[in-house]
Design a protein around this ligand. Structure first.
Ligand code: 5AD
Ligand code: SF4
Length: 472
C-alpha cells in the first residue's frame, strides 16, 4: 500500500492500494472472523471495500449449516468467475478465496468445482492468510484447512487498538469455538472441531481494547458459549458466569450478552450472574430444537422437554423479566404429527420473544442424514409455516407488551430520518428515539410509545423531524 497526502493535508491512500471485499454468510462468529481477517489483511496492506467490482481480493466467509447455505456459495462463485474473466480481459488481477465452514468441509472439492477460486482457508487457519496469499501471488492454488482451534487463539491475539476502530458501539468477541455435543443433525462438530475455550487473560485484554475504542456492549460468542471454561489469576477453574462477572467490572463496558448456549451447560453460576449483574442483559438465546422427547433423543440433545422447562423456571426465578429466544427444526427424520404438536405445545408454554426456525436439511457425514423416516418436503413446509405463524404471534405480543414501559436503550447510530437515533432495548429489539435522547454510546431511559414491524418507537421519536416539516 502506498500512502500520500492531498493538498488539504489529509492522509490519502494511493491509487495502487489493494482492496478486499469480504462477504459473510451464516452466524455471528463468521461476522467476527471476517472482522479479524479484515484486521489481518489491513496489516498486509489491504483496504476494505464495499463492492466486489472494486476489489482485488474477494473472500467469501461461508456457512455450511444447511444445504441451501452451502449451495449459495457455488452460485456466488459462478458470478465471480465472470467478473474474474472480465478483469483478465482488462489485464487486471482478481484473487478469490473461500473461508469458513464450507471451506473446512469441502476443501479440495471447492478448488476442483470452482475454477475461479485461488484459495481455500478454514476457520482455524485465518492467521495464516497473509502467507497463503503470498503463495497465491506466486501462482499456486492453496488449500489451508488443517489446524487446531487452540492455534487460532494463540496466533490471532487481541486486535490492536488501531484495528478495532470502527467496530461501533456493540461488538462481538469470540471466547469459545467448536462443539462436542454431536447433535445428530449438525455439521458444526465436524467443521469447527472440538470445544476449545479462549484463555481468560486474552478475553479480558480484547474486551478492554474494544472498550477503549468506544465499544459499550460486548456479545460473547461461541458455538457452545456456556461451555467456556478457563482458570482465573489464582489458578481456580471458572466458567462463563465467572467470566461475565469479571467483564462486568470493566469501566464503561455497559452491557454484556452471550450466544449461543446449550441447555446442558446452563450452570448455577451463570444463572446467578443473571440475578446479580445489571450489565448482563435480560435476553437469552437457548435453543431447544424440538418439544418431543422422542425426537430430542434421536437428535442426541441429551435433555427432555421437561428438563428444558425446569431450567427456564430456574432462570426466570433469577431474572423474571428475561426474554427468551430459541432455534427449532421441523421435519427431523421420524417426526410425526404428534411430535410436531409437542413442539407447538412447548412453544406455547414458554412464550418466546424471538426465534429462528428451519426445515431439517440432511448434512453429509452427520448421523441424521442416514436415519430412517425422512419427512416429505411438503410436510416440512406446512409444519414450518404453522410453527412460524405461532412464533410470529409470540414475537408481536412480546413487542406490544413493551408499549408504555420505560427502559434503558443503548444508542448505536443515527436513524434514517434527521432527528432520529437507533438504539437497542435490553431485549435486543431496535428502538427508534429522538436525537435529544443522547449521543451514540450513551444509555437513554426512554418510554416506549408504539410498535413498528421490526422496532419500537420511543416517546418523541414519532415527532415529524424539522427538515421534513419544512418540506411538507
Ligand atoms: N437442518 C436444519 N437446521 C439446522 N440447524 C443446524 N443444523 C441443521 C440442519 N441440518 C439449526 C439448528 C441450530 C441453528 C444454528 O441451525 O436449529 O441451532
Ligand atoms: Fe454456519 Fe455453523 Fe459454521 Fe456458523 S458455525 S458459519 S452457523 S456452519
Amino acid at each position: 500500500m502506498t500512502e500520500g497526502r492531498d493538498d488539504r493535508g489529509v492522509a490519502q491512500t494511493g491509487s495502487n492500494a489493494r482492496k478486499v471485499f469480504i462477504k459473510t454468510y451464516g452466524c455471528q462468529m463468521n461476522v467476527y472472523d471476517s472482522q479479524r481477517m479484515g484486521d489481518a489483511l489491513g496489516s498486509d496492506g489491504y483496504q476494505p471495500t464495499e463492492t466486489m467490482e472494486d476489489a482485488d481480493l474477494i473472500l467469501l466467509n461461508t456457512c455450511h449449516i444447511r444445504e441451501k447455505a452451502a449451495e449459495k456459495i457455488y452460485s456466488e462463485l459462478g458470478r465471480i468467475r465472470l467478473l474474474k474473466a472480465e478483469r483478465a480481459n482488462e489485464g487486471r488481477e482478481l484473487r478469490v478465496g473461500v473461508a469458513g465452514c464450507v471451506a473446512q468441509a469441502e476443501g479440495h472439492e471447492i478448488i476442483a468445482r470452482a475454477p475461479a477460486v485461488d484459495l481455500v482457508i478454514g476457520p482455524q487457519t485465518y492467521h495464516r492468510l497473509p502467507q497463503a496469499l503470498a503463495k497465491v501471488a506466486r501462482g499456486e492454488r492453496v488449500v489451508d484447512i488443517d489446524h487446531a482451534v487452540e492455534d487460532k487463539f494463540d496466533h490471532l491475539p487481541a486486535s490492536q487498538a488501531g484495528q478495532i476502530r470502527g467496530r461501533g458501539v456493540a461488538a462481538f468477541l469470540t471466547v469459545q469455538e467448536g462443539c462436542d455435543k454431536f447433535c445428530t443433525f449438525c455439521v458444526v462438530p465436524y467443521t469447527r472441531g472440538a470445544e476449545v475455550s479462549r484463555p481468560l487473560a486474552q478475553i479480558l485484554e480484547e474486551a478492554r481494547r474494544l472498550v477503549a475504542a468506544g465499544v459499550r456492549e460486548i456479545t460473547l460468542l461461541g458455538q457452545n458459549v456456556n461451555a467456556w471454561e478457563s482458570s482465573d489469576a489464582q489458578g481456580r477453574a471458572i466458567g462463563l458466569g465467572g467470566l461475565v462477572r469479571q467483564l462486568a467490572e470493566i469501566p464503561n463496558l455497559l452491557r454484556l450478552r452471550y450466544t449461543t448456549s446449550h441447555p446442558r451447560d446452563m450452570d448455577d453460576a451463570l444463572i446467578a450472574a443473571h440475578r446479580d449483574l445489571p450489565a448482563l442483559m435480560p435476553y437469552l438465546h437457548l435453543p431447544v430444537q424440538s418439544g418431543s422427547d422422542r425426537i430430542l433423543k434421536a437428535m442426541n440433545r441429551r435433555h427432555t422437554a421437561a428438563d428444558y422447562l425446569r431450567l427456564l423456571d430456574r432462570i426466570r426465578a433469577a431474572r423474571p423479566d428475561i426474554a427468551l429466544s430459541g432455534d427449532f427444526i421441523v421435519g427431523f427424520p421420524g417426526e410425526t404429527d404428534a411430535d410436531f404438536e409437542d413442539t407447538l405445545t412447548l412453544i406455547r408454554e414458554v412464550g418466546y420473544a424471538s426465534a429462528f426456525s428451519f426445515k431439517y436439511s440432511p448434512r453429509p457425514g452427520t448421523p441424521g442424514a442416514t436415519m430412517e423416516g425422512h419427512v416429505d418436503e411438503g410436510v416440512k413446509d406446512e409444519r414450518l409455516q404453522h410453527l412460524q405463524a405461532l412464533l410470529r404471534d409470540q414475537q408481536a405480543a412480546f413487542a406490544r407488551a413493551q408499549v408504555g414501559r420505560r427502559m434503558p436503550v443503548l444508542i448505536e447510530k443515527h436513524g434514517r430520518h434527521p432527528g432520529q437515533m437507533i438504539g437497542r432495548s435490553p431485549f435486543l429489539i431496535p428502538v427508534v428515539l429522538p436525537a435529544s435522547a443522547g449521543a451514540i454510546g450513551a444509555v437513554a431511559e426512554v418510554r416506549i410509545e408504539s410498535v413498528r414491524p421490526n422496532s419500537l418507537m420511543a416517546e418523541g421519536a414519532e415527532a415529524m423531524p424539522e427538515a421534513m416539516r419544512l418540506r411538507a
